[in-house]
Design a protein around this ligand. Structure first.
Ligand code: ADP
Ligand code: MG
Length: 390
């Protein structure tokens, strides 16, 4: 796989380089609530621009349906990127053709998903868009793939464009792949994985792939209730995937899965709901578990304190609501306090770290790619990486 450093050694002065970044940040109106992905994308952009390349960034935001929709414009992202780079970043449009650029300039192409060919299942449609993207770079352009969060997608600006231009892996993609490799081949032991989030079914494949490799799998979040139900506990109105109970029961036979011993229950899914902390055999009918309890946090923290490798994906509770954030905070704090090689994966988990005010440098790595890291850990081949190896 050729890297962005190889490209710079070849010489980029005056060349136009298309960079696929993952700038898909959460927004509240046009306010960015977490700019982690933008900051993670800066080094590759700065490296290229500093070496004299003309940089065209390609990125998406949200899931616009079929065409341009102002609420999915990358304008707020361009503004933030400009602040961080210390120079304004202009938004350009594909339909307007090759922009006028000088060495070191950085521009951002408007949301690539405004073009339905980006995510088309039809190879020819995607190839056509990829060709148009490549044409933006003129005669001696290049493509740098740096959007780790999208490398598991066979999309025009991720996969097809890498067949149109000389393609290189960006620094962020390289770093993410190195971390994922460290989690899958010969991790230092004890190796503890903490999984949470809402649905077991989303994470089943990664549980199955990781279970043989880990020493302990700590389960919290909404998904713990399907495991608890598999052990015969009543879970009230908690999130429950009945069709997964059998699978959970089989997974429990590994003896490596650690479930919470207490939970914070609420009479409604709301910040002002009535709440209580109960043992897992005492969840009242009609109440729902929205966080793991303090005894569970202490038990999880004990395992995490001994671990030498930790991977955490998925919040332990509904951390977006203050009364149900303590489980996530406690587990995150235990990881920060420990000295393991620690990786946070998953968009919501990374957002939780920042929203709860935990030090980002307390973790060895905070991944920018939720789905992509999970698929990597599952052992799947990721189209956006495979194409860079060809
Ligand atoms: P990530 O993006 O880190 O992979 P997920 O998307 O799988 O995480 O899950 C995040 C969501 O899970 C959060 O929005 C959180 O509110 C929700 N969640 C966590 N615990 C519970 C629970 N007990 N009941 C319902 N939802 C939960
Ligand atoms: Mg999520």
């Amino acid at each position: 796989m050729k890297t962005v450093d190889d490209l710079i050694n070849e010489g980029v002065e005056g060349r136009t380089v298309l960079v696929r970044s993952d700038l898909n940040v959460p927004l509240d109106g046009d306010r960015i609530t977490d700019d982690g992905r933008i900051r993670a994308s800066l080094p590759t952009i700065q490296e290229l621009s500093g070496a004299g390349a003309q940089v065209i960034i390609v990125a998406h935001l949200g899931r616009p349906k079929g065409g341009p929709q102002p609420e999915f414009s990358l304008a707020p992202v361009a503004a933030r990127l400009g602040e961080l780079l210390g120079a304004p970043v202009r938004i350009i449009e594909l339909a307007k053709g090759t922009p006028d650029l000088a060495a070191g300039d950085v521009v951002l192409l408007e949301n690539i998903r405004f073009d339905p060919r980006e995510t088309s299942k039809n190879d020819d449609e995607r190839a056509e868009l990829a060709h148009e993207l490549a044409e933006l770079t003129g005669d001696d352009g290049a493509f740098v793939s740096d959007g780790f969060g999208v490398v598991h997608r066979k999309q025009a600006s991720v996969y097809d464009v890498a067949q149109e231009l000389p393609a290189y892996a960006g620094g962020l993609v390289l770093a993410e792949v190195e971390v994922a490799q460290r989690l899958t081949s010969e991790p230092q032991r004890p190796y503890a994985v903490v999984l949470g989030g809402s649905k077991v079914s989303d994470k089943l494949a990664v549980i199955e792939a990781l279970l043989p490799k880990v020493d302990a799998l700590l389960v919290g979040g909404g998904m713990c209730f399907t495991f608890l139900a598999a052990q015969g506990y009543g879970v009230g109105s908690s999130l429950l995937e009945r069709d997964q109970i059998g699978t959970c029961r089989a997974l429990l036979e590994s003896g490596k899965i650690v479930l919470p011993s207490d939970v914070v229950v609420a009479d409604a899914f709301a910040a002002d709901a009535k709440t209580d902390t109960v043992a897992i055999d005492a969840i009242p009918d009609g109440w729902m578990g929205l966080d793991i309890g303090p005894a569970s946090v202490a038990e999880f923290a004990e395992v995490l304190g001994r671990a030498k490798t930790v991977f955490w994906n998925g919040p332990m509770g509904v951390f977006e609501l203050a009364p149900f954030a303590e489980g996530t905070r406690g587990v995150a704090q235990a990881i920060v306090d420990g000295d393991a090689f620690s990786v946070v994966g998953g968009g919501d988990s990374a957002a939780a770290v920042r929203a709860l005010g935990l030090p980002e440098d307390g973790f060895s790595h905070i991944s920018t790619g939720g789905g992509a890291s999970l698929e990597y850990l599952e052992g799947k081949s990721l189209p956006g990486l495979v194409v860079l190896e060809q």
